[in-house]
Design a protein around this ligand. Structure first.
Ligand SMILES: [Zn+2]
Length: 447
């Protein structure tokens, strides 16, 4: 790919959100990428005039915006083929539509789908993703191989479940086999490709995991300094199930606390139905939350109390959560995050809405911070690794031929167009560590 060079520059409208509530924009800007990192940022005309020991190869696609790559903190490799299926809530939906699809995700089917899945992530502008595979070792191994090839930044883990599993193993053997396989995968893939690939121990959730399994997963994650990911408090029926399974626990979160699953490297999916004690416990453990609004709307799971989580200081990122979320498009996830808070606002008059810049922060630097990567990626600052997307602004306009309209657009206007109309049709290029990992097929020569 043509930008696989050690030094190049890209021209465009630079937009990033370093903090929750701040939005930076620079019209006529440019970035210089050197050895995979952003080495210079500023005005295109100024940067172009600078004398350097080595000449910069400039890429100019016309009216484009350059954003930090999008971060998807929660999604499922083995479920993508089942998006938009069913009309039920979480537990019956899992049984009827998801377990049968995950059960098949092994061997040739996994080998056929996994490369496409990562290609789709890159095509949608996602540069970093935290992902669950199916329960089989090969589903995760094939996933890592495809992630390696894709060039994306990926945290992946074998799904662990020993209660009501769709697997064929005798229930007594599941824990030891699942732990052995997870350990093997972690030893092979955690921090592979110079840290671009990492491992997450992945107990599904308390409904399908014994205390023994969860405790062992927590111990192993600590031993390897790996990530942990699980689901928490997504749905009311799930809460009741957990209450009956773990009668001695004070609440759902307490089950995970007792098993050692709340750590600074833990990503908790959903967290819709939490009490104040649980929010304080998660904040105290410095665990992170993946908010998955398109999924929550699809399954009717509930409206997250995002303001309370953020006020408690919990790092929050966004997740597509396919297949409960119908697509990998993180712009749509941002839009849904805004809509969920608007829906709450209709019944809670003093609630402040979530602004587009804040949703964008959650999908970029916020997600990076939730994964402990805030120093590495998530903004367009000098010295960050160059995980970027290049978006065609004309493709977002109601009348794409009306290019004069582009000159009028403010930073906020461009961001709103992306959130309400963005997606792969407007994504020209995706870069990870300065390497092009996706290029729109109709893109003209870069120079
Ligand atoms: Zn999920």
């Amino acid at each position: 790919m043509e930008e696989d060079v050690s030094l190049f520059g890209i021209r465009g409208f630079l937009i990033d959100a370093p903090e929750f509530g701040t939005l930076h924009g620079q019209r006529g800007g440019a970035l210089v990428i050197e050895n995979g990192r952003i080495s210079e940022t500023g005005d295109y005309d100024d940067l172009r005039r600078l004398q350097r020991p080595k000449p910069v190869r400039w890429i100019d696609y016309g009216p484009v915006a350059i954003f930090p790559g999008l971060v998807d903190c929660h999604t499922h490799l083995a479920q993508y083929s089942a998006v938009a299926r069913g009309e039920s809530e979480l537990l019956p939906w899992l049984r009827q539509h998801i377990f049968p699809v995950e059960r098949e995700f092994t061997g040739p089917k996994a080998r056929a789908e996994a490369p496409q899945f990562f290609h789709e992530l890159a095509r949608h502008g996602t540069t970093t993703a935290m992902i669950y595979a199916a329960i089989y070792e090969d589903s995760c191994e094939i996933g890592f191989e495809a992630a390696k090839e894709s060039g994306l930044r990926v945290i992946l883990g074998e799904m662990m479940m020993d209660l009501g599993s769709y697997g064929q193993l005798q229930p007594k053997k599941v824990v030891s086999v699942s732990l052995l396989e997870s350990e093997r995968l972690c030893r092979k893939w955690h921090r592979a490709e110079d840290g671009r690939l990492e491992y997450a121990f992945s107990p599904r959730f308390a409904v399908t995991c014994s205390e023994k399994l969860m405790r062992s997963a927590g111990e192993m994650a600590a031993r390897f300094d790996a990530y942990l990911q699980t689901h928490l408090a997504e749905n009311r029926e799930e809460l009741e199930k957990v209450h009956h399974l773990y009668m001695s626990a004070r609440d759902y979160t307490h089950v995970y606390e007792k098993c050692g699953l709340l750590t600074p490297k833990t990503m908790l999916g959903h967290c819709i139905h939490l009490n104040p004690r649980e929010i304080a416990a998660i904040a105290g453990a410095q665990s992170s939350i993946a908010h998955c609004p398109t999924s929550n709307l699809f399954l009717g799971s509930g409206l997250i109390k995002l303001d309370q989580l953020l006020k408690a200081g919990i790092p929050v990122g966004l997740g597509s959560d396919v297949a409960a979320g119908p697509e990998l498009n993180m712009w749509q996830v941002m839009r849904a995050a805004i809509d969920v808070q608007k829906a709450r606002g209709a019944y809670e008059p003093n609630l402040r809405p979530l602004r587009p810049s804040e949703a964008f922060y959650l999908a970029t630097h916020g997600g990076a911070r939730a994964l402990g990567k805030g120093d590495m990626i998530g903004t367009l600052d000098v010295d960050k690794e160059a995980d970027l997307i290049v978006v065609d602004l004309a493709a977002l306009l109601p009348y794409p031929g009306n290019r004069n309209a582009l000159a009028e657009l403010s930073t906020e206007d461009i961001l709103a167009l992306c959130i309400y109309r963005g997606g792969p049709h407007a994504n020209l290029k995706t870069y990870v560590r300065g390497k092009c990992v996706y290029r729109a097929p109709n893109l003209a020569s870069p120079l």
